[in-house]
Design a protein. Structure first.
Length: 108
């Protein structure tokens, strides 16, 4: 089960995150999201735990505790496609200059 973790301290690394979640069971991977330009943590991460019972225990135990200044948000990660950002993969006539009523012939 893939777990989303937000509210992490910005100095927490992958190894420390894995160590925290290993207390609940086997961790296949633990990856802190990093900003590509600055190389700094974005304050959230994904943890993959193959055993769903252990993963649910980790979610229940870790959600709303504080590792730093803010409480953690720990929940099952949503499917990447289900949570797509608005405007992605939409019809070419869905908005912008192609929307009905926009004067496309203005400069012709």
């Amino acid at each position: 089960m893939k777990i989303f973790v937000a509210g992490l301290p910005y100095d927490l690394d992958d190894a420390e995150l894995e160590e925290i979640f290993e207390k609940f069971g086997t961790v296949a991977s633990a990856k802190v999201a990093m900003d590509k330009e600055t190389g700094k943590s974005k304050g959230f991460a994904f943890v993959d735990m193959p055993n769903s019972i252990e993963a649910k225990d980790a979610i229940e135990s870790m959600n709303d505790i504080s590792l730093g200044k803010k409480p953690l948000v720990v929940k099952e990660a949503e499917d990447r496609n289900a949570g797509a950002r608005p405007g992605m993969n939409r019809s070419p006539n869905a908005g912008g200059y192609n929307k009905p009523g926009f004067n496309n012939d203005r400069n012709r």
